[in-house]
Structure formats: C-alpha cells, structure tokens
Design a protein. Structure first.
Length: 617
C-alpha cells in the first residue's frame, strides 16, 4: 500500500493525542508495521489494544471523512457491475492491495471504503481511472478484506458449499447430453429415484439449498421469471427483471436433473420420472411475509429439461388508481366497468401486464352484491371473494364448457383468461348481449385491430359494435430510476424534424425536456420498475358506423384518433416528457404512426406539456 509511513505517523500522533497509547507501547508496534508493510491500525486492533470502531472513529474525525462498519453492510457487487457496463469498478487484486472497496454508486459519485483515507495520490488515481468523483468512507483492514472476499467470491463460496455436500455415489452421477427415448425409458425409474434422493434429502440437500437460494434471490430482486436452462456442460440461471433477462449464475451440469426433480416435487403435481413431455405445476411460497404463487413449466430440450418459473406476487396487484393510467384512459375504464353489460378487452404480447390490468378491473367491480367469476388457464392470482375456475382440457373442462356452465351460475361479471377460439368468443359475445359484463384478453398488436380480429373469428360486425365497450392495448416500458436519472443536455436531443417524426408535436419542441438513465447501485442500468403504456379505444357511434360498414382497422384507428384516442406511441412520449422514461424506451416498445399524434385536449394545449416537463424537475 502506498503512503504507509504517512498513515502510521498520523495514527501514532492520534493515539498519543487521545492518551490511548504511549511511546513505549507504540514504538515496537510501529517498527513491526514498517517491517511487515502493514497498517499500524491493524496491529493495534489485532492485539486488542484499541478496538476497531474506536480507531475508525478517530481516523474519521481526523480525516474529515465519515466512518462505516462494513460488517453490517451487504455490498451488491453485481449491481455495481451493472451500472459500470458489466465491468468491475476496481479489480479484486487492486482492492486487496490498496485496501479499498467500492460499496455504492449514484450518478457520477462512487462511495469507496478505505483503510487509509489520507492517501490522496491513490484517490486521484482512482478518480482518473473510474472517471467519477470519489467519496471516501473510513473502515478497517480486516472488515475491508472480509467484504472483498464476500463480494467477489460469494457465488463461488455458495456453490462450493453446495457441491461439497453432493454424495460421491456412482448411482448419482447424472449423464450429460442426449439419450434416445428407449434408453430413457429403461433408465427412467432408476434416474427418477436417484434424482428424488438427491433433491428431497431434507434442508441439507444441495438441490434443496440451490432451489431455495434461486427463488429467494428472484423474489428479493423483484424478478418476474426464473429460467433454469440446461446446456452441454453447465446449467444457466437467468432472471427477468424489468422485462430484461439477466444471467445471475452458472451451476454444475451434474446438479441440473436434481434441480428439476426438486422443483417438480415442490409442485406436488409434476411427475419427476417424465422428462420427455412438457409439464405444468404451481408452487406457493412465503418470504418475509410476502406471499407468492410460482407457475412452473418444464420443457424437454437437447441437453435436459428447461424449467421456467413465473413469479406472481400478490402484492403486485394494485387498484386502478395505483397503476398510473392516463387520466383519459382511467375515465374510459371507469365508464366501461360501470356499464351493466358489454365487453372490456385487454390486448398485448405475453408479459405485457394484461392479467394485472384485468385483476385491477376485477377489484373495482368486486363487491358483496356482485357475483364475480373467472375462467382461467391457469388461475394466476387467487383472490378471496371471486369464484375462480381453472380449465382442464384433459377432463373436458375447456374455456367454452366452463363458460356454458358459468352462465347458469347467475353471474354478474365474467373474466375469461384468454379468448383463443371461435367457440369461446361466441359464448363471450352472447354473455355480453344477455346482460353480463365480460372482461378478457386477446393477442393483437393494437386496439383497433382487436375489432377486426373478432370479426375474423366469425362474429357479426353488428354484434361486435353492440357488445364491445372498450379495448385496451398494453405494453410495459422500463421506468427511469428516480435516484440517478438526469436531464438530457439539449445538444444530445435528436434534430427537431426527427423528434416530430418520432411523434412529438411541433409546439412541444421548444419547451421539450427529456431525461436519460445514468445507473446506480439501486437500479439496473439506470432503470428500476416498469410502467404501463396503454392506448384505449372507447366505442362510440362514429366507430360503430365504421365497424358495421365493414371498415378496416386503419379506418377504425383514424376515427378513434380523431375522436381523442391516445395511441401507444403518444402515451409513451407523454411519459418521456414527464421524466418517467426515455424516448429510446418509447421507440423500442411502440410503433410510430403518422396519424397517431392528435393535439392534446384544448384545456391543456402546449402549456400543459410545459407543466408536465416542469413537474418532473
């Protein structure tokens, strides 16, 4: 470590100043420190002459930098890497050599734990190396070295502990790669028994520990999906956070089958001996008082079974007011849900939050005086007060069969998990015509094309115009981290003609304010959480005339935009102007349409856009 002599000299003066040690006690320790190239503070604390916290406090007071007890802090090195484009701020060997450790980063500032805060040369070098401002905090050598080992080798240590407990038994050596069906059938029972022994051996089983760690890590990080993916020589674990998959660890290949078996055992419904067919299951877990349902699906691949687990946290369910709808969309939904009959449809790709939106609508209409029913495959969120039916095609309980039975259950509101075929849409339309409120989802690109899709499924245009109350098309965009986002400099803005092409209005260009991600230890590459991008088509007489007249989805969109509908791109751009997200996210999640930029309501105009941008500051 550089500047060792200067640090030891300052500490000698401090200890004598506060009468903690005299010359007789300090001289031999100081000589030993210089001889062994060690910090005097480490020898003083190591010999229990002065405790570590007292030394840290003295050095902190003298240097003017705050102190920190690293033993009580967990440093997330992966989060620091993510905001530094996947690279370490300071290599491990340098951290050990200089006794420093980056512990947090916000914007252009890095908080650095140091044993020697007087080393200004080191601070200057690190400032140049990182290209960021350094905020030193004082800690001790022992705590810093312990935190370095924990940060840089946490995954290796955890996996070494897991692998050390795998029994060295020939029967438990699982084969890599492909086997033909015949061999699989011959070995099925034996392998299933071996996997079961390995994965169900109590809390000390390596597979049990690994699965528990993976699930708890995913819940803590707020992941929506867990992917366990088998390859020839490894098993990759990835988590989907804010819509993006992140690789979090690799597990040994020989643990892959045991992991799959353990997860199947946890579901109570999946067959651990069946590896040639996809299977579905469900796990209910509770962590720190937070209840989660986990939907499990297995899929046979070349080198084993891939397991995908979708985490459905009941705490994610929100009321409509909390979701963050545009005021116009919220008002349309309120009117549509207050209607005694009709259909409200939510469309979008898989993982776009359709179910969350539907359940928030159900919570709005769910009262003790209403009979609310759902037909789903599978039931995503179990809610007390709602009658939920899980379809089972193997027993003949299809969507259509369940709906027919449900119509004889005196329903007021019916939620259909997904409209997949003509029979289901026909029953749903008839239910909407006979005095029921029907909520459901479809897979279409936008709201107007949902109308033409229903007609293509065989429903008469007149019935579509009569039954549909509103159609929502939904996407999820990444939300900027509130802790580190910064306003984008004007010179980084796209040219005005490009901004107009993207979808901004000409009168918005002069007062436009945009934000950009920076990245900190609290977020992932400058983003944290997601928000709903929604276009909402409300049925009106003009749109009904177009539908009955056989108009295309382009005709419907033209009328809808002319009558005030905010399109997906426009919704995303409004959130970019508020500082909720970025224009890059808006462009990535939505498609531009020349007709998709109607003026704001007259009561707002350009002034309202200026207010939105100002409020974001």
């Amino acid at each position: 470590m550089a500047n060792l002599v200067g640090f030891n000299r300052k500490l000698v003066a401090l200890l004598k100043k506060h009468s903690l040690m005299d010359d007789a006690g300090l001289a031999p320790l100081n000589d030993q420190a210089l001889k062994e190239s060690k910090l005097l503070s480490s020898l003083v604390a190591g010999n229990n002459i002065v405790d570590e916290l007292t030394l840290i406090g003295l050095i902190s007071e003298e240097s003017g930098h705050p102190c920190l007890d690293l033993d009580k802090l967990t440093v997330d090195i992966d989060a620091l890497k993510s905001m530094n484009k996947g690279n370490e701020f300071i290599p491990e060997d340098m951290c050990k050599r200089e006794l420093v450790l980056p512990i947090a980063a916000i914007g252009e500032f890095v908080t650095l734990a140091m044993a020697n805060p007087y080393d200004v040369v080191l601070l200057d070098n690190l400032k140049l190396q990182l290209g960021r401002q350094i905020q030193p905090v004082v800690s001790c050598e022992r705590a810093i070295l312990k935190a370095i080992e924990k940060c840089f080798h946490a995954q290796d240590q955890a996996m070494a502990a897991v692998m050390a407990e795998i029994p060295q038994d020939d029967d438990l050596q699982l084969e890599d790669g492909m086997q033909d069906d015949k061999d699989d059938e011959k070995k099925g029972d034996k392998d299933a028994k071996s996997d079961a022994d390995l994965s169900a051996g109590g809390e000390d089983s390596p597979a049990v520990k690994a699965v528990k760690h993976i699930i708890s890590m995913a819940i803590k990080k707020g992941a929506s999906d867990i992917h366990i993916e088998p390859y020839e020589k490894r098993t990759r674990i990835r988590l989907r956070m804010d819509g993006i998959l992140h690789e979090v660890m690799d597990l040994p290949k020989k643990l892959e089958r045991a992991l799959c078996s353990r997860i199947k055992i946890m579901t109570d419904t999946m067959n651990i001996a069946e590896r040639r067919k996809p299977q579905d299951g469900r796990i209910a877990v509770q962590m720190e008082g937070k209840k989660c349902d986990i939907r499990v699906n297995s899929l046979p691949l070349v080198y084993g079974e891939k397991i995908c687990m979708r985490i459905l946290a009941k705490g994610n369910l929100k009321d409509m007011k909390e979701i963050g709808f545009e005021p116009q969309v919220y008002d349309i939904l309120q009117r549509s849900l207050a209607a005694p009959q009709g259909m409200v449809l939510v469309t979008g790709p898989t993982g776009s939050g359709k179910s969350t939106t539907l359940y928030s609508c159900l919570k709005t209409v769910m009262t003790p005086t209403e009979n609310v029913n759902t037909v789903e495959d599978p039931v995503e969120y179990e809610i007390e007060g709602i009658n939920q039916c899980h379809v089972n095609p193997k027993t003949g309980l299809t969507f259509a069969a369940a709906l027919r039975a449900l119509l004889r259950q005196d329903p007021d509101t019916i939620m259909i998990g997904e409209i997949r075929d003509q029979e289901t849409i026909e029953i749903a339309v008839k239910a909407a015509l006979t005095g029921h409120l029907v909520l459901s989802t479809l897979h279409t690109n936008d709201a107007p094309s949902t109308i033409t899709r229903i007609i293509d499924m065989g429903i008469d245009p007149l019935m579509v115009a009569s039954t549909v109350n509103a159609v929502l098309a939904q996407r999820l965009g990444r939300r900027l981290c509130k802790s580190c986002k910064i306003e984008m400099p004007k010179e980084e803005y796209p040219p005005p003609d490009e901004l107009i092409k993207i979808g901004f209005l000409p009168e918005e260009i002069d007062t436009l304010k945009l934000w950009k991600p920076v990245g900190c230890s609290l977020c992932s590459h400058g983003y944290k959480g997601r928000y709903a991008i929604i276009e909402c088509l409300e049925m009106n007489n003009e749109i009904r005339r177009v539908i009955i007249g056989g108009g295309s989805d382009l005709d419907i969109r033209k009328i809808a935009l002319a009558t005030g509908m905010i399109g997906l791109r426009r919704c995303a751009l409004l959130n970019a102007m508020r500082g909720v997200s970025t224009i890059e996210e808006a462009i990535g999640q939505t498609v531009a349409d020349e007709k998709e930029v109607p003026p704001l309501p007259k009561s707002e105009g350009a002034a309202a856009t200026t207010e939105l941008a100002a409020a974001a500051n």
